[in-house]
Design a protein around this ligand. Sequence first.
Ligand code: PLP
Ligand code: COI
Length: 340
Amino acid sequence: MVKDIDWSSLGFGYIKTDYRYVSNYKDGKWDKGNLTTDETITLNESACVLQYAQTCFEGLKAYRTVDNRVVCFRPDMNAKRMADTAKRLEMPVFPEERFVDAVEKVVKANLEYVPPYGSGATLYLRPYMFGSNAVIGVKPATEFQFRIFTTPVGPYFKGGAKPITLRVPDFDRAAPRGTGHVKAGLNYAMSLHAIVDAHNQGYSENIYLDSATRTKVEETGGANIIFVTKDNKVVTPKSNTILPSITRRSLMYVAQKYLGLEAEEREIYMTEVPEFKECALCGTAAVLSPVGKIVDHGKEILIPAGMTHMGEITQKLYDTLTGIQMGRIEAPEGWLKEIA
Ligand code: PLP
Ligand code: COI
């Protein structure tokens, strides 16, 4: 049974589902955790998350497959990345195997919200953690809460698979030796002004450059970037200030092992971008969203794949990745966690 929701009209928004997972950390240990129907959180006015933004998150999806199973895509990778983020933010690690177990529990409890196969929608999971006790001097919390809620979602960008336009902003996303490589809430807080400004000027997203030299392509506010060269090589920026996207790492594997393409992670200069024939954003929310145009301070770079369709290689990557996620194509060992 699935809920009576108009799945095909969903955008990327919050819809309350029945259950969420909660575990609390106090006196140096995590409690056993449980599911709750309460979507609200009550905090002290001086909670560390409210004053000093000690919070991090993850994002992954549950899919209904062609043969009507429910699976999650590589949740162990999210568990690992959240552990890395927690260490960088002086937060306790939520044990990786418990993270995967909590993913399973929360999806099982909300099975009726996993959209039907072929509907274009999926169930998005948002694991997150925050410092919950009162602090006033600048120091980490000693009590934390870990939660996972779920919400059914459609495409991240309006228009679904229609190519989008990015602009090179005058704002930076991440500092050298900062927190760009982890999924800290603070990275997103500082992107809010840049994204509102981009939207006001008619762009879908910002394409950030490395803040040290402002010459190299990094990523957007919520997705990594891939390019395709004229001789069909898939290239993606190498940088220690971008988030190590699980989708991007999976796509590089798919390019090499499923499509027989060369795939390379390397520094990419903004001056090279006009040479590429395809460009796309990749991430859990973005999936693979084609980019048709990049505007760099009035200079328009038109990606040859154009503004109406995904490029040919992007389409192959998209079909293979989503084929794996939806059970149409055999997955590499360990990529799908079967839930039901
Ligand atoms: N880059 C940023 C800044 C993100 O917020 C995300 C989303 O999680 C990604 C990249 C894509 O990562 P993933 O493919 O693991 O979802
Ligand atoms: C995701 O793709 O899961 C993200 O976290 C990106 C964005 C919605 C913040």
